[in-house]
Design a protein around this ligand. Structure first.
Ligand code: FES
Ligand SMILES: [Fe+2]
Length: 345
Protein backbone atom coordinates (compact mmCIF):
# COMPACT_ATOMS: atom_id res chain seq x y z
CA UNK A 1 0.00 0.00 0.00
CA UNK A 2 1.30 3.46 -0.90
CA UNK A 3 0.85 6.34 1.51
CA UNK A 4 0.83 10.06 0.93
CA UNK A 5 4.12 11.36 2.34
CA UNK A 6 3.99 15.07 1.64
CA UNK A 7 1.27 15.82 4.17
CA UNK A 8 1.16 16.71 7.85
CA UNK A 9 -0.04 13.69 9.81
CA UNK A 10 -1.11 13.69 13.42
CA UNK A 11 1.67 11.66 15.01
CA UNK A 12 0.76 11.95 18.69
CA UNK A 13 -1.17 13.76 21.36
CA UNK A 14 0.98 16.39 23.13
CA UNK A 15 1.06 14.47 26.41
CA UNK A 16 2.30 11.34 24.62
CA UNK A 17 5.51 13.16 23.68
CA UNK A 18 7.85 13.85 26.57
CA UNK A 19 11.20 12.85 28.00
CA UNK A 20 10.38 9.18 27.38
CA UNK A 21 11.21 8.00 23.86
CA UNK A 22 8.11 7.28 21.78
CA UNK A 23 8.50 5.03 18.75
CA UNK A 24 5.66 5.25 16.27
CA UNK A 25 5.10 4.22 12.68
CA UNK A 26 3.74 6.97 10.42
CA UNK A 27 2.92 6.21 6.78
CA UNK A 28 5.29 3.25 6.80
CA UNK A 29 8.15 5.19 8.42
CA UNK A 30 9.53 4.34 11.88
CA UNK A 31 9.85 7.65 13.71
CA UNK A 32 11.06 8.49 17.20
CA UNK A 33 9.38 11.35 19.03
CA UNK A 34 10.53 13.10 22.19
CA UNK A 35 10.90 16.52 23.76
CA UNK A 36 14.14 18.41 24.16
CA UNK A 37 15.00 19.78 27.59
CA UNK A 38 13.50 23.08 26.41
CA UNK A 39 10.19 21.28 25.79
CA UNK A 40 10.25 21.28 22.00
CA UNK A 41 8.74 18.18 20.34
CA UNK A 42 11.15 16.66 17.80
CA UNK A 43 11.24 13.54 15.62
CA UNK A 44 14.13 11.58 14.14
CA UNK A 45 14.37 8.18 12.47
CA UNK A 46 13.74 5.34 14.90
CA UNK A 47 16.30 2.99 13.36
CA UNK A 48 20.00 3.05 14.21
CA UNK A 49 22.12 2.97 11.02
CA UNK A 50 24.65 0.57 12.60
CA UNK A 51 22.75 -2.66 13.27
CA UNK A 52 19.25 -1.26 12.85
CA UNK A 53 18.31 -1.31 16.52
CA UNK A 54 15.12 0.60 17.33
CA UNK A 55 16.35 3.79 18.91
CA UNK A 56 13.24 3.94 21.11
CA UNK A 57 14.90 1.23 23.22
CA UNK A 58 17.70 3.68 23.98
CA UNK A 59 17.78 6.67 26.27
CA UNK A 60 18.02 10.43 26.29
CA UNK A 61 21.34 12.03 27.19
CA UNK A 62 20.37 15.68 27.41
CA UNK A 63 18.79 16.38 24.03
CA UNK A 64 20.51 13.47 22.28
CA UNK A 65 19.40 9.86 21.89
CA UNK A 66 21.83 7.09 22.76
CA UNK A 67 21.36 3.75 21.03
CA UNK A 68 21.03 0.94 23.57
CA UNK A 69 22.98 -1.53 21.45
CA UNK A 70 26.46 0.02 20.97
CA UNK A 71 26.02 3.59 22.14
CA UNK A 72 26.01 5.79 19.04
CA UNK A 73 24.38 9.11 19.90
CA UNK A 74 22.11 11.24 17.70
CA UNK A 75 21.04 14.86 18.01
CA UNK A 76 17.46 16.14 17.50
CA UNK A 77 18.57 17.05 13.97
CA UNK A 78 19.49 13.40 13.30
CA UNK A 79 23.25 14.08 13.35
CA UNK A 80 25.42 11.37 14.85
CA UNK A 81 27.26 13.29 17.59
CA UNK A 82 29.11 10.52 19.41
CA UNK A 83 30.81 7.31 18.37
CA UNK A 84 32.09 5.52 21.48
CA UNK A 85 34.41 3.27 19.43
CA UNK A 86 36.36 5.95 17.55
CA UNK A 87 36.55 9.69 17.05
CA UNK A 88 35.38 9.20 13.49
CA UNK A 89 31.84 10.18 12.49
CA UNK A 90 31.16 9.49 8.83
CA UNK A 91 28.26 10.91 6.76
CA UNK A 92 26.42 7.58 6.64
CA UNK A 93 26.10 7.64 10.43
CA UNK A 94 23.57 10.48 10.31
CA UNK A 95 19.87 9.65 10.26
CA UNK A 96 16.69 11.34 9.10
CA UNK A 97 14.78 13.93 11.04
CA UNK A 98 11.18 14.98 10.51
CA UNK A 99 9.51 18.37 10.84
CA UNK A 100 7.16 18.52 13.83
CA UNK A 101 4.61 21.21 14.68
CA UNK A 102 2.24 21.39 17.64
CA UNK A 103 -1.04 22.94 16.62
CA UNK A 104 -4.74 22.66 17.53
CA UNK A 105 -3.84 20.48 20.52
CA UNK A 106 -2.15 17.84 18.34
CA UNK A 107 1.42 16.93 17.33
CA UNK A 108 1.82 16.97 13.54
CA UNK A 109 4.68 15.34 11.64
CA UNK A 110 5.72 15.59 7.99
CA UNK A 111 7.23 12.29 6.77
CA UNK A 112 7.94 13.44 3.20
CA UNK A 113 10.18 15.96 1.45
CA UNK A 114 11.21 18.41 4.16
CA UNK A 115 11.49 21.27 1.65
CA UNK A 116 7.72 21.14 1.16
CA UNK A 117 6.83 21.04 4.87
CA UNK A 118 4.93 24.31 5.15
CA UNK A 119 2.98 24.52 8.45
CA UNK A 120 0.32 26.52 6.58
CA UNK A 121 -0.71 23.17 5.06
CA UNK A 122 -1.81 21.79 8.44
CA UNK A 123 -5.60 21.24 8.38
CA UNK A 124 -7.41 24.04 10.15
CA UNK A 125 -8.83 22.48 13.30
CA UNK A 126 -8.94 25.72 15.27
CA UNK A 127 -12.59 24.97 16.07
CA UNK A 128 -11.50 22.16 18.42
CA UNK A 129 -8.80 24.07 20.31
CA UNK A 130 -9.35 24.32 24.03
CA UNK A 131 -10.46 27.71 25.31
CA UNK A 132 -12.29 29.03 28.38
CA UNK A 133 -15.58 28.11 26.66
CA UNK A 134 -14.56 24.98 24.79
CA UNK A 135 -13.12 21.62 25.80
CA UNK A 136 -11.87 18.88 23.49
CA UNK A 137 -11.21 15.40 24.84
CA UNK A 138 -8.80 13.34 22.75
CA UNK A 139 -8.38 9.58 22.75
CA UNK A 140 -5.90 7.36 20.95
CA UNK A 141 -5.92 3.71 19.96
CA UNK A 142 -3.51 1.58 17.97
CA UNK A 143 -6.05 0.14 15.55
CA UNK A 144 -5.17 -3.24 13.98
CA UNK A 145 -6.72 -2.46 10.61
CA UNK A 146 -5.73 -0.41 7.57
CA UNK A 147 -6.51 3.28 7.49
CA UNK A 148 -8.38 3.39 4.18
CA UNK A 149 -11.23 1.17 5.38
CA UNK A 150 -11.50 3.36 8.48
CA UNK A 151 -11.79 6.43 6.23
CA UNK A 152 -14.47 4.59 4.19
CA UNK A 153 -16.31 4.03 7.46
CA UNK A 154 -16.06 7.67 8.54
CA UNK A 155 -17.09 9.10 5.18
CA UNK A 156 -20.19 6.90 4.94
CA UNK A 157 -22.32 7.50 8.00
CA UNK A 158 -25.19 5.40 6.68
CA UNK A 159 -23.51 2.70 8.78
CA UNK A 160 -24.47 4.35 12.07
CA UNK A 161 -28.12 3.37 11.64
CA UNK A 162 -27.18 -0.30 11.61
CA UNK A 163 -23.83 -0.78 13.35
CA UNK A 164 -24.42 1.86 16.04
CA UNK A 165 -28.08 1.37 16.92
CA UNK A 166 -28.28 1.91 20.68
CA UNK A 167 -25.15 4.10 20.83
CA UNK A 168 -24.96 6.81 18.14
CA UNK A 169 -28.30 6.00 16.53
CA UNK A 170 -31.83 5.01 17.44
CA UNK A 171 -32.38 3.19 14.14
CA UNK A 172 -32.66 3.86 10.39
CA UNK A 173 -34.45 7.07 9.34
CA UNK A 174 -37.37 7.18 6.93
CA UNK A 175 -35.18 8.79 4.27
CA UNK A 176 -31.79 10.36 3.78
CA UNK A 177 -29.52 11.99 1.24
CA UNK A 178 -25.80 12.50 0.79
CA UNK A 179 -24.22 15.46 -1.00
CA UNK A 180 -20.51 15.46 -1.83
CA UNK A 181 -18.29 18.40 -2.77
CA UNK A 182 -14.58 18.60 -3.47
CA UNK A 183 -12.60 21.76 -2.77
CA UNK A 184 -8.82 22.31 -2.54
CA UNK A 185 -8.18 18.58 -2.19
CA UNK A 186 -10.73 18.38 0.59
CA UNK A 187 -13.85 16.24 0.34
CA UNK A 188 -16.93 17.55 2.09
CA UNK A 189 -19.89 15.26 2.70
CA UNK A 190 -23.25 16.47 3.95
CA UNK A 191 -25.44 13.61 5.07
CA UNK A 192 -29.01 14.57 5.98
CA UNK A 193 -31.55 12.12 7.26
CA UNK A 194 -35.18 12.57 8.09
CA UNK A 195 -37.47 11.11 10.74
CA UNK A 196 -35.32 8.62 12.56
CA UNK A 197 -35.30 7.66 16.24
CA UNK A 198 -32.70 9.72 18.13
CA UNK A 199 -29.75 8.02 19.82
CA UNK A 200 -30.40 7.13 23.47
CA UNK A 201 -28.49 10.13 24.84
CA UNK A 202 -30.86 12.46 22.92
CA UNK A 203 -34.05 10.58 23.80
CA UNK A 204 -35.34 13.74 25.50
CA UNK A 205 -35.93 15.20 22.03
CA UNK A 206 -38.87 12.91 21.32
CA UNK A 207 -39.52 9.79 19.25
CA UNK A 208 -38.31 11.15 15.89
CA UNK A 209 -35.66 13.64 14.77
CA UNK A 210 -33.99 14.94 11.63
CA UNK A 211 -30.18 14.79 11.63
CA UNK A 212 -27.42 16.26 9.54
CA UNK A 213 -23.72 15.42 9.54
CA UNK A 214 -21.22 17.68 7.91
CA UNK A 215 -17.92 15.85 7.34
CA UNK A 216 -14.75 17.46 6.02
CA UNK A 217 -11.89 15.18 4.95
CA UNK A 218 -8.33 16.42 4.54
CA UNK A 219 -5.48 14.53 2.80
CA UNK A 220 -3.86 14.25 6.25
CA UNK A 221 -6.55 11.58 6.79
CA UNK A 222 -8.32 13.93 9.16
CA UNK A 223 -12.12 13.95 9.22
CA UNK A 224 -13.84 16.83 11.03
CA UNK A 225 -17.52 16.35 11.86
CA UNK A 226 -20.36 18.59 12.88
CA UNK A 227 -23.66 16.93 13.74
CA UNK A 228 -27.02 18.68 14.09
CA UNK A 229 -30.31 17.30 15.35
CA UNK A 230 -33.79 18.85 15.36
CA UNK A 231 -37.41 17.83 15.63
CA UNK A 232 -38.73 16.74 12.21
CA UNK A 233 -39.07 19.68 9.82
CA UNK A 234 -37.09 22.06 12.05
CA UNK A 235 -34.10 24.17 11.02
CA UNK A 236 -31.02 21.95 11.11
CA UNK A 237 -28.78 25.01 11.31
CA UNK A 238 -30.30 25.71 14.72
CA UNK A 239 -30.29 22.08 15.85
CA UNK A 240 -28.53 20.47 18.79
CA UNK A 241 -24.85 20.45 17.86
CA UNK A 242 -22.09 17.89 18.30
CA UNK A 243 -18.51 18.37 17.15
CA UNK A 244 -16.10 15.50 16.82
CA UNK A 245 -12.95 14.66 14.90
CA UNK A 246 -11.56 11.33 13.78
CA UNK A 247 -8.02 11.02 12.48
CA UNK A 248 -6.75 7.89 10.75
CA UNK A 249 -2.99 8.36 10.50
CA UNK A 250 -1.70 5.33 8.61
CA UNK A 251 0.93 3.33 10.48
CA UNK A 252 1.52 0.72 7.82
CA UNK A 253 -0.55 -1.47 5.49
CA UNK A 254 -2.16 -3.25 8.44
CA UNK A 255 -2.35 -0.72 11.26
CA UNK A 256 -3.65 2.75 11.97
CA UNK A 257 -2.88 5.40 14.57
CA UNK A 258 -6.46 6.29 15.40
CA UNK A 259 -7.04 9.62 17.17
CA UNK A 260 -10.58 10.63 18.04
CA UNK A 261 -11.86 13.68 19.81
CA UNK A 262 -15.09 15.13 21.06
CA UNK A 263 -15.55 18.87 21.56
CA UNK A 264 -18.08 20.41 23.93
CA UNK A 265 -19.08 23.89 24.98
CA UNK A 266 -20.60 23.02 28.34
CA UNK A 267 -19.13 21.77 31.64
CA UNK A 268 -15.73 22.77 30.28
CA UNK A 269 -14.00 22.29 33.64
CA UNK A 270 -15.54 18.90 34.38
CA UNK A 271 -12.62 16.41 34.33
CA UNK A 272 -14.91 13.53 35.34
CA UNK A 273 -16.92 14.20 32.19
CA UNK A 274 -13.67 14.12 30.18
CA UNK A 275 -13.01 10.61 31.46
CA UNK A 276 -16.57 9.48 30.71
CA UNK A 277 -16.41 10.86 27.15
CA UNK A 278 -13.06 9.24 26.45
CA UNK A 279 -14.19 5.88 27.86
CA UNK A 280 -17.43 6.00 25.85
CA UNK A 281 -15.64 6.82 22.60
CA UNK A 282 -13.14 4.03 23.06
CA UNK A 283 -15.85 1.56 24.03
CA UNK A 284 -17.97 2.25 20.93
CA UNK A 285 -14.92 1.92 18.68
CA UNK A 286 -13.72 -1.21 20.47
CA UNK A 287 -17.10 -2.97 20.44
CA UNK A 288 -18.81 -1.69 17.27
CA UNK A 289 -16.56 -0.29 14.50
CA UNK A 290 -13.37 -2.06 15.57
CA UNK A 291 -14.54 -5.69 15.28
CA UNK A 292 -16.26 -4.91 11.96
CA UNK A 293 -13.19 -3.20 10.50
CA UNK A 294 -10.88 -5.97 11.69
CA UNK A 295 -13.15 -8.56 10.07
CA UNK A 296 -13.31 -6.58 6.81
CA UNK A 297 -9.54 -6.13 6.81
CA UNK A 298 -9.06 -9.90 7.17
CA UNK A 299 -11.58 -10.59 4.42
CA UNK A 300 -9.95 -8.09 2.02
CA UNK A 301 -6.54 -9.56 2.85
CA UNK A 302 -4.55 -6.57 1.64
CA UNK A 303 -6.36 -6.20 -1.69
CA UNK A 304 -7.13 -2.82 -3.20
CA UNK A 305 -10.83 -2.04 -2.70
CA UNK A 306 -11.56 -1.15 -6.32
CA UNK A 307 -9.80 -4.26 -7.62
CA UNK A 308 -12.35 -6.28 -5.65
CA UNK A 309 -15.09 -4.56 -7.68
CA UNK A 310 -17.33 -3.64 -4.74
CA UNK A 311 -21.04 -2.92 -5.07
CA UNK A 312 -21.45 0.86 -4.92
CA UNK A 313 -24.29 2.43 -2.93
CA UNK A 314 -25.26 6.13 -2.85
CA UNK A 315 -23.71 6.58 0.60
CA UNK A 316 -20.29 5.60 -0.80
CA UNK A 317 -19.91 8.74 -2.90
CA UNK A 318 -17.77 10.63 -0.37
CA UNK A 319 -15.47 7.70 0.35
CA UNK A 320 -14.97 7.05 -3.36
CA UNK A 321 -14.17 10.71 -3.94
CA UNK A 322 -11.53 10.51 -1.20
CA UNK A 323 -9.95 7.55 -2.97
CA UNK A 324 -9.82 9.55 -6.20
CA UNK A 325 -8.16 12.53 -4.50
CA UNK A 326 -5.60 10.27 -2.79
CA UNK A 327 -4.80 8.58 -6.10
CA UNK A 328 -4.28 11.96 -7.78
CA UNK A 329 -2.08 13.24 -4.94
CA UNK A 330 0.00 10.05 -4.99
CA UNK A 331 0.61 10.58 -8.70
CA UNK A 332 1.65 14.18 -8.01
CA UNK A 333 4.07 12.97 -5.34
CA UNK A 334 5.56 10.44 -7.74
CA UNK A 335 6.10 13.16 -10.35
CA UNK A 336 7.69 15.43 -7.73
CA UNK A 337 9.94 12.59 -6.58
CA UNK A 338 11.01 11.77 -10.14
CA UNK A 339 11.75 15.45 -10.85
CA UNK A 340 13.83 15.72 -7.65
CA UNK A 341 15.84 12.66 -8.63
CA UNK A 342 16.53 14.10 -12.09
CA UNK A 343 17.69 17.39 -10.53
CA UNK A 344 20.03 15.68 -8.07
CA UNK A 345 21.44 13.22 -10.67
S1 FES B 1 22.86 -0.74 16.58
FE1 FES B 1 22.93 1.27 17.35
S2 FES B 1 24.97 1.56 17.91
FE2 FES B 1 24.91 -0.45 17.11
FE1 LIG C 1 -18.85 4.02 13.19
Amino acid sequence: MKFLKNVWYVAALPDQVGRELLGRKIAGVHVLLYRTQAGEAVAIADTCPHRFAPLNKGSLIGDNVECLYHGLQFSPAGRCVRNPQADLISPNMHIGRYPVVERHGLVWLWPGDERLADPAKIPDLSHIENSPTRRTVHSFIEAPYRHDILIDNLMDLTHIDFLHVGSFSGGPPESGETVVEERDNQVIVTRTQYRGAPPPRDADMGPLVDRRFHIRWFPSQVTAFEGRMVLPGGSLDQGRKTVFTHIATPADAKNTNYFMSFTREHAVEDRDLDAIISATQKKVIATEDGPMLEAIDRRMNGADLMELRPVVLPGDTGALRVRRVVKRLLQEEERHQAASEVRSA
